[in-house]
Ligand binder design. Structure first.
Ligand code: ATP
Length: 887
């Protein structure tokens, strides 16, 4: 794959308008392109997208439908009926083909549109500088010459040349296959070190770059053009396709039996052949693939309406069977709105802060032994170091906007430190930047759990500021402090963490000159103290976790935070039952590495984990046959999100790379949205099974009627046209309408279906046989009764069989009178109307060979319909009882 990058390097296909791109004067950098210029270039260059799938033209879709084996058989049947002069049947068969093809094409187009709309919603975005301001735009609108602002977790949207970089590390493995991320430096024009390639990921640091090539001209474009990006069928679609083939074989086999028996009984070959073909067509649920695709696509659309964007259709069905939900803590279970409430310094000064949110207003009160100016000085030193070692900003409430509170730009932990510093009267970043300009930095990452910055000082030496998790800072190789101080600080950190605080240790020191690497300055520092940050659990989180448990989903907390903090939060949310014992039941990342946790699936709270360990935890659950959903938002969470059955990313808070690796993106960042998506997933699966039950029971009944009829003295019980008419009315609209049924009331109070369960499992095929037999028996009984009185028994049988199936549709509803899916009663009423039309409209009567029925005939058919309804209700109850006795 290296070729792609080399090509990109060699590519001289830059826009002549890019001359402006070579202007790297600070002014040009600040402004980026103007909006007009960007629009002009977008029109000239086209969108920054790689078109790998071309839209399928209508005639190709129609041809694809006609190539279906069942339709081919029907086309054959038309030829046959024309040959034997049965023009009426030819008309009905032609009608069936037209309706089936139209419904198939419409469903395919609708499903395709729904999926396209979804992928548009979850499309990547990029931060650019345009018209003097910064803004997020869809990546597809990036044009050559745009100034890109890149940060950790961003996906580079187009090929670009670096203008400025701070510790920029980029993962190019998707283009080069090289797994080690590469350092990038600005200003080496024409060299690989300063080139950024579309599709690569910023693993660390920040950069400003100017776009050189977009779309098909970019490195990703050239590689993507070689890849096939067509959506793959989902596992359920594949399984149902296989099931469809088996059913078709069984149906064709039975129709052959019917054909042979008919011939043996002396019927004409042509008539028997056409009837057998029609029977096969009616018995096979040929609309199954369309119903499934549409149900999945509609499910995905409903999920989007509930803030859950599904990025692959397969996720809709997998969601229904999720058994484990692994969640992170900060911002998911907690508010993610941080406030420094206490600062502890080793000299004994402890400060308590008041105020809420990110507003830099509040009081600082010194408590403890040295509650005086000396203590306050120590607190200010700590917060000054935290301000220097900081990349966030506080944004005041916008006077014109609805938001009335201050907000954090960047990392919330760092913003909380800025607010505390302002409360303590420390100088702001802006004031400190001139005397202490930042010279180098080692950004925060969730593996090292600390961050270091190096600054020039007015005295001419270098100031090293470091902040991070207590274990990552309170170590003899980092701090030059006596063991007693280290022990005291550790004890203090543990106490604060056990109270649920997020704790950071801060240190600083001076150096004669600038070290070659900022990491080498992380030693011999002075401890300034600890900052305790409160991040309260979300009010709704407790309920979300209990909803999960009610639905048979095991919640697991995986956090990078301290075990005591994690334990305290978990206990407050009811994730660990006993608050006192909580810390003991928390497994740490270190314990995992040391192999001290024999079975990862025994643990409910993991703390101080790194992203690779998330992967181990997912794998352990999956190895036990569980279906896992896992949340993640960091740049290193990609592999775990991909490995989980359902990777969940946060739409607002998450990084671009996490969003693109995920199957589900939560646009409101709320964990309860995962539970809502699971509910929709269960609904889709239930509805597909409901349709299968209905369609297979109907098919079974049609075959049984045709096989048993002659034995009961009803030769050729139904004519070919009649069978096809029944097929049209039952499989068409009513079948599709079943896919939109509302969620069952108990769907989230029962355990998830076992992942390996067959689609016809859990009693479904037994119910198919039961309903098929009842419908057969009732319809034949009605026909026999009519025949004994010399009535038009065939028309009675035709209407009874139809009515019974419509009765089954209604009987299978969860809530009989639900107004949530009025499409279903309307479809049933429409089908009933068309059934009546078949008996009472002269033209249809001729084509379908039916006779008008009197009140007795209609009444008998209605009674059979009621029986179908009762049988369906009964089968539901028996099944529900069986389920609750098993579960
Ligand atoms: P979760 O995985 O639940 O979101 P988290 O966000 O708390 O957990 P990390 O962001 O990996 O996990 O943070 C781990 C620890 O690193 C924190 O407990 C804190 O002590 C420290 N820390 C967090 N952010 C910073 C930062 N910007 N600078 C320095 N240290 C930090």
């Amino acid at each position: 794959m290296t070729a792609g990058v080399d090509d990109a390097r060699k590519s001289g296909r830059e826009d002549p308008a890019l001359e402006q791109a070579r202007d790297t004067s600070p002014e040009a950098l600040e402004a980026g392109l103007t909006d007009d210029e960007a629009a002009r270039r977008l029109t000239a260059q086209g969108p920054n997208a790689v078109e790998t799938t071309r839209p399928v033209p209508l005639h190709a879709r129609v041809l694809a439908q006609l190539r279906d084996p069942l339709i081919m058989v029907l086309l054959g049947a038309i030829v046959l009926t024309l040959a034997i002069g049965d023009h009426a049947d030819s008309v009905v068969i032609a009608l069936v083909i037209v309706v089936n093809t139209t419904v198939g094409v419409v469903q395919e187009v609708r499903a395709g549109r729904a999926v396209a709309a979804l992928s548009a919603m979850s499309a990547p975005s990029a931060r650019v500088r345009r018209g003097g301001g910064e803004r997020w735009i869809p990546s597809s609108e990036v044009v050559p010459g745009d100034v890109l602002l890149l940060g950790e977790g961003d996906i580079v949207p187009a090929d670009a040349r670096l203008l400025r970089a701070a510790s920029l590390l980029v993962d190019e493995s998707m283009l080069t296959g090289e797994s080690v991320p590469v350092d990038k430096t600005a200003g080496l024009d024409g060299r690989e070190e300063s080139a950024l390639h579309a599709g690569t990921v910023v693993v660390r640091g920040r950069g400003v770059a100017r776009v050189t090539a977009t779309g098909g001209a970019s490195a990703l474009g050239r590689i993507a053009a070689l890849l096939d990006n067509r959506p793959q069928p989902t596992p359920l679609q594949l399984r149902l396709a296989a099931l469809g083939r088996v059913l078709a074989l069984v149906a064709v086999g039975l129709c052959l039996v019917f054909f042979v028996l008919g011939l043996a009984g002396g019927a004409a070959v042509g008539t028997m052949a056409v009837t057998a073909i029609s029977l096969a067509v009616a018995a096979v649920p040929e609309s199954l693939p369309a119903v499934v695709t549409l149900a999945l696509a509609l499910g995905a659309r409903r999920m989007a309406g509930r803030n859950a964007l599904v990025r692959r259709l397969a996720a809709v069905e997998t969601l229904g069977s999720v058994t484990v939900l692994a969640t992170d803590k900060t911002g998911t279970l907690t508010e993610g709105r941080m406030v420094v409430e206490r600062v502890w310094t080793p000299k004994g000064g402890e400060a308590v802060f008041t105020g809420s949110g990110y507003a830099p207003v509040g009081e600082v009160r010194m408590v403890g032994a040295s509650a005086g100016d000396a203590g306050m000085g120590g607190v200010r030193d700590l917060l000054t170091a935290a301000v220097l070692c900081n990349d966030s900003a506080l944004r005041p409430p916008d006077p014109g906007a609805a938001a009335t509170s201050w907000s954090a730009l960047g990392d919330p932990t760092e913003a909380a430190l800025l607010a505390a510093a302002a409360k303590a009267g420390c100088r702001s970043r802006l004031d400190l930047d001139a005397p202490y300009p930042r010279r180098d930095e080692e950004p925060f990452d969730s593996v090292r759990k600390r961050m270091t910055t190096l600054h020039d000082t007015p005295e001419g030496d270098v100031l090293v500021c470091l902040k991070g998790a207590p274990e990552a800072v309170l170590a003899p190789d980092v701090l030059d402090e006596p063991p007693l101080v280290l022990d005291l600080a550790r004890e203090q950190a543990a106490t604060l963490a056990a109270q649920g605080f997020r704790v950071l240790a801060v240190a600083w020191g001076r150096r004669e000159g600038l070290p070659a690497r900022p990491r080498s300055a992380e030693s011999g520092l002075r401890l300034l103290g600890l900052a305790a940050i409160n991040d309260p659990p979300k009010a709704a989180a407790r309920k979300t976790l209990s909803d999960c448990r009610a639905a048979g989903i095991t919640p697991v907390l995986i956090t990078g935070d301290h075990p005591a903090t994690a334990g305290a939060v978990a206990a407050r949310l009811g994730l660990l039952q006993d608050a006192e014992a909580a810390p003991a039941t928390v497994a740490t990342g270190r314990a995992l590495t040391a192999g001290e946790v024999p079975d990862l699936t025994d643990v409910r709270v993991f703390a101080r984990t790194n992203p690779e360990q998330k992967l181990d935890i997912v794998q352990a659950w999956r190895a036990r046959g569980h279906v896992t959903a896992m949340t993640g938002d960091g740049v290193n969470d990609g592999p775990a999100l991909r490995q989980a059955d359902i990777g969940v990313a946060m739409g607002r808070r998450g990084t671009e790379v996490a969003r693109q690796a995920a199957d589900l993106v939560l646009t409101d960042d709320e964990l309860s949205t995962v539970v809502a998506a699971v509910e929709e997933g269960r609904r889709v699966y239930d509805n597909i099974r409901r349709f299968l039950l209905y369609a297979l029971a109907g098919g079974t009944a049609e075959i049984l009627v045709m096989l048993a009829g002659p034995a009961l003295g009803l030769p050729l019980p139904l004519r070919a046209g009649q069978i096809l008419w029944i097929n049209l009315l039952t499989h068409g609209l009513t079948g599709v309408a079943m896919g939109a049924e509302p969620v069952s009331p108990g769907a989230m109070r029962r355990p998830p279906r076992p992942p390996g369960q067959h689609i016809l499992g859990d009693g479904l095929w037994q119910r198919v046989l039961f309903l098929g037999t009842v419908v057969t028996a009732a319809s034949l009984a009605a026909a026999l009764a009519a025949e004994s009185e010399g009535g038009p028994w065939q028309s009675v049988l035709f209407l009874a069989l139809l009515a019974a199936q419509l009765g089954v549709v209604l009987g299978l509803r969860d809530r009989l009178l639900s107004r949530d899916n009025l499409f279903l009663p309307a479809a049933v009423a429409g089908s009933a109307g068309l059934a009546a039309a078949a008996l009472f409209l002269p033209f249809l009567r001729t084509v379908l060979h039916t006779d008008p029925l009197g009140w007795t005939g209609v009444g008998t058919a209605a009674a059979v319909g009621a029986l179908g309804f009762i049988a369906a209700r009964l089968s539901r109850q028996v099944w529900d009882r069986h389920r609750s006795s098993c579960g």
